[in-house]
Every structure is written in structure tokens, then in C-alpha cells.
Design a protein around this ligand. Structure first.
Ligand code: 5AD
Ligand code: SF4
Length: 478
């Protein structure tokens, strides 16, 4: 995760307009804005690749766009309201240029399907996450005045053969998607409905993409999936449950894929997200420990510290199991950065159960966390089976307790970095000054230091002698 501040994500999810400079000469102008998770930003790079190939160029000014696409998130209600408000802003463009088209892509498109075209008169095109290859065709339909919609989910699509066009890039770090969809059915989560069945991408195409990025000067890749630990390349589209033991042994699992990416070049850093506590194996941890260029950082969402709540969430593990996985991380990779996701106020959560989340946080002392209030989503298991009965103000108060504690822990973890030398990959100028550079250490903490003669893409050793609550500050040493 490319964040340094702990995040409470609710109504505040920000959209990001994405632009590209190379191959950007087409006559029709595309404005592409993304919301939500990293997977969505990665998908937008596929969308850009498809449309630039069809003669579009990107713009960062929606008022001059011929086509406006919003890549949407449906994970919480707040994310959806944000997009609805944004669609109103785009009204202006249609008033000025009646030929301009507005399209909704991604999870919200998949969730609402044709309803979107009926309810939101501002939308001309609706496209689900597995239908981006159909975009040129859908655009033609919409140009001819027809309603254009494709929300068919696929069991095979991984866009493996497409080269993403890197958007809003720093030229040093990039994301590579390795799986799509999710088979886990956590009871609170809409993702299995909006992104469909889980499928793994051909490892050869993943390695090719990583090599290509390295050749272009990139020095860090993050392998992306809803649950990277369940990556399994079986060679022929067979599902895990259909495999014999022999076929399983001949398949490529996540640990093996990670090793192959790490072996491409010692100067290519490798990260991954998201891990799942029920599937994260010691094999993965040993591979992380073995290769210097696999970063010591794991994002391991816990969601709740109470086994009863975890059971109702259908997470597939208990508090004890999660804590055992934590011990395994600390044992095998002693200096590992660990981050998490936490939901407060899930259906029926009692005060005692909430306190168990607090006590788990105390035990683990996360470096960083994304923290949310439970938001009921239509069609999910939780919506059908349980009552969303924790009052809003209780959810909010519990969230605040979690946030305050996490702030304290992040501060402690940052301070522990002072007085040490950190290997840092330089990503660019610091936010505050062009005389300072910023990069990240292996654990994903932000480190800033005087620029001197160093530049983006360099590896430097920084002696840290000060910090703010979330940033390490120091000077390069030889
Ligand atoms: N309400 C609140 N948070 C949710 N998440 C997923 N679904 C919901 C929901 N309905 C959170 C989980 C997940 C992260 C990506 O979003 O913590 O790990
Ligand atoms: Fe949602 Fe659970 Fe899948 Fe994550 S693992 S995307 S929380 S269903």
C-alpha cells in the first residue's frame, strides 16, 4: 500500500484523475478518474491501454473531454455517494458538448448494472471489470445514440496479454495484477459479486511485465490480488478444487511466483498485497526472508479481534489462528512491517467483542492500518443473514478508539526507526521541498533526506536521526 498515514476510509475516498504523457497524441480526449482500491487504479491502466490504442489521448481537464470514464468502487456506501456527486459535476460537460459521453466502469457499474442507465440520466455507458476489451465497441454504440452496457463477468479474463499504460506514475514503482476476483465470500464484502470468481494470471506474462518495467527504469513492483496467497497457476484453467494432488504439486503457487519475480534482478524490489490470514503460508514467509529484494512488509487484514465476529464475517480463521500467523511472521522475518484493515460495528458486535479488537491491536502493534465503520452492502451474506444493529454513534465511537490507538502504535513504530540505517529506494522529491528527496524503506515507511546528488530510482542508505509521527528523517551515509 502506498500510504504513510493511517487511514479512516469512509466518505472521504478521493478520486484521482489519471494522465499519461507517452503515446498520448490521439485526437479524441479521454478523462479517466479512479476511486477505491489499488486494483481499480491498475484496471484503469488497462482501460487507458485499450483506448490509447484506439486513438484516444488522456486529459486531466474533464471540461475538454470527449469521453469521461469513472472507475468506481462499491465497497462502502460512502464510496458510491462520492461517485454519484461526481456525476453531477460532469453534467456541465454534457451541457456544453452534447456529444460528450460519460461512462461508469468497475464495481459500482457491476453492482447496479442497467439500473445505472435508467436512474442516472447522465450516464451513457456502463462497463463491469471483466468487459474492458469491449470498450471500443461500446463507445461506438453510445456514439450512435444507443445505450451501451456490458457487465458480463468472466471466469477466465485476466487481461494478461495487454500492456498497461502507466498512469500518474513516478517512474520507479508500479503495480502488477496477478489475480482477479475473489472466492472468499467474507460476509460483509461486495467484491465477490462485483469482481466475480477468482482467477490467476499466467506467470510468464507477469514475469514479462516485471522485466519490461525494470528495463524502463522501474525499481519496485507490487503484485496485486484480493488474496495473493491463493494464487495458483494450473496451466490450463482448472480450478483448485478440480486438481488431483499430482496436478497441484505441478502448479505454481504464490511463494513460487514471488521467488521467480525476486530472481529477475536483485535491484528490483518486490512487494505484494493483499495477504489473507487463512491462506498465508510459512513457505511465503521463508521466501521473503531468503531474498533481500522482497520487502519486509505484509498487509494482513484482521477485520476483528474476536473469534465470534470473525466467524460471522466468514473469514475462515479465529483470533488464535491470526495471532499464531503473527508469531510466524515475527519469528521468520523479525523486522517485518505489518499493516491491517479493521472494521468496527459489524452486525451484533458487543462491547466485549470490540474490546478484543483493541486488545489484539495492543498485542500486534501494527505499523499502519486502514480502519472502517461497517457499511451494509446489498446482496452480501451479512445483509441477508444478520441485522446491521450497532447504532451509528457506537460504530463511530469504536472507530475513534481504534484510530486513536493505531495513531499511538504508528508513532511508536516510527520512533523505533530512529538511530538506524535504512535502505531506501528514492521515489522523488519530498512533498514539502525540492531540496529533499523521499523514498521508502523495506517496511514501507516514508523516509526523507537532503537531495545532494541523488535521484529517483537510486538506492541509498539513510541514517535516520529524527521523525514526525509517520515519517523518518535523516541523511545519506555511504
Ligand atoms: N464495510 C466496511 N468495510 C468494508 N470492507 C470491505 N467491505 C466492507 C464493508 N461492507 C473493508 C475491509 C477490507 C477492506 C478492503 O475494506 O476491511 O479488508
Ligand atoms: Fe472481500 Fe474477503 Fe475477498 Fe477481501 S478476501 S475481497 S474482504 S471477500
Amino acid at each position: 500500500m502506498n500510504n504513510s498515514e493511517n487511514k479512516v476510509i469512509d466518505e472521504s475516498i478521493q478520486g484521482q484523475a489519471l494522465n499519461v504523457n507517452s503515446k498520448n497524441t490521439g485526437s479524441k480526449k479521454l478523462f479517466l478518474e479512479s476511486y477505491g482500491c489499488q486494483m481499480n487504479f491498475s484496471d484503469s491502466e488497462i482501460v487507458a491501454s485499450i483506448l490509447i490504442d484506439k486513438g484516444y489521448s488522456t486529459t486531466q481537464n474533464f471540461e475538454e473531454a470527449d469521453v469521461i470514464f469513472v472507475n468506481t468502487c462499491a465497497i462502502r456506501e460512502g464510496a458510491e455517494s462520492k461517485v454519484r456527486n461526481r456525476l453531477n459535476d460532469f453534467k456541465r460537460v454534457k451541457q456544453k458538448n452534447p456529444k460528450a459521453l460519460v461512462g461508469v466502469l468497475g464495481c459500482m457499474a457491476e453492482r447496479l448494472k442497467a439500473q445505472f442507465l435508467e436512474q442516472e440520466k447522465l450516464v451513457d455507458i456502463v462497463v463491469g471489470p471483466d468487459a474492458y476489451r469491449d470498450l471500443p465497441n461500446l463507445l461506438e454504440q453510445a456514439e450512435d445514440g444507443h445505450r451501451a452496457i456490458n457487465v458480463i463477468l468472466s471466469k477466465e479474463e485476466t487481461y494478461a496479454d495487454l500492456t498497461p499504460v502507466r498512469l500518474g506514475t513516478n517512474g520507479v514503482t508500479a503495480f502488477i495484477s496477478i489475480t482477479r476476483g475473489c472466492d472468499n465470500m467474507c460476509s460483509f464484502c461486495v467484491v465477490p459479486f462485483t469482481r466475480g470468481r477468482e482467477r490467476s494470471r499466467d506467470p510468464e506474462t507477469i514475469l514479462h511485465e516485471a522485466k519490461d518495467l525494470f528495463a524502463q527504469g522501474y525499481r519496485e513492483v507490487t503484485l496485486l490480488g484480493q488474496n495473493v496467497d491463493s494464487y495458483l497457476w494450473t496451466g490450463g484453467g482448472l480450478k483448485k478444487e478440480q486438481l488431483t494432488e499430482e496436478q497441484k504439486a505441478a502448479s505454481l503457487n504464490f511463494a513460487q511466483l514471488l521467488e521467480k519475480v525476486a530472481l529477475l534482478d536483485p535491484d528490483l524490489r518486490v512487494r505484494f498485497s493483499t495477504s489473507h490470514p487463512k491462506d498465508m503460508t510459512d513457505e511465503v514467509l521463508h521466501i521473503m526472508a531468503k531474498y533481500e529484494n522482497i520487502c519486509n512488509n505484509i498487509h494482513l487484514p484482521v477485520q476483528s479481534g474476536n473469534s465470534n465476529v470473525l466467524e460471522k464475517m466468514n473469514r475462515g480463521y479465529s483470533r488464535e489462528w491470526y495471532l499464531e500467523r503473527m508469531e510466524a511472521i515475527r519469528r521468520i522475518i523479525p523486522d517485518c512491517g505489518i499493516s491491517t484493515d479493521i472494521i468496527t460495528g459489524f452486525c451484533g458486535e458487543t462491547e466485549e467483542e470490540h474490546k478484543e479488537t483493541i486488545s489484539l491491536m495492543e498485542k500486534v502493534q501494527y505499523d499502519f492500518a486502514y480502519m472502517f465503520m461497517y457499511s451494509e452492502r446489498p446482496k452480501t451474506l451479512a445483509e441477508r443473514k444478520y441485522t446491521d444493529d450497532v447504532p451509528e454513534e457506537v460504530k463511530k465511537r469504536r472507530l475513534q478508539e481504534v484510530v486513536d490507538l493505531q495513531r499511538k502504535h504508528s508513532g511508536i513504530r516510527t520512533e523505533q526507526g530512529v538511530g538506524k540505517i535504512h535502505r531506501v529506494l528514492v521515489e522523488g522529491f519530498s512533498k514539502k521541498s525540492d531540496d529533499m528527496l523521499m523514498g521508502r524503506n523495506s517496511q514501507n515507511s516514508v523516509v526523507v533526506f537532503p537531495r545532494e546528488h541523488y535521484k529517483k530510482g537510486d538506492y541509498v542508505n539513510v541514517f535516520v536521526d529524527a521523525c514526525t509521527s509517520s515519517t523518518l528523517i535523516g541523511k545519506v551515509v555511504s
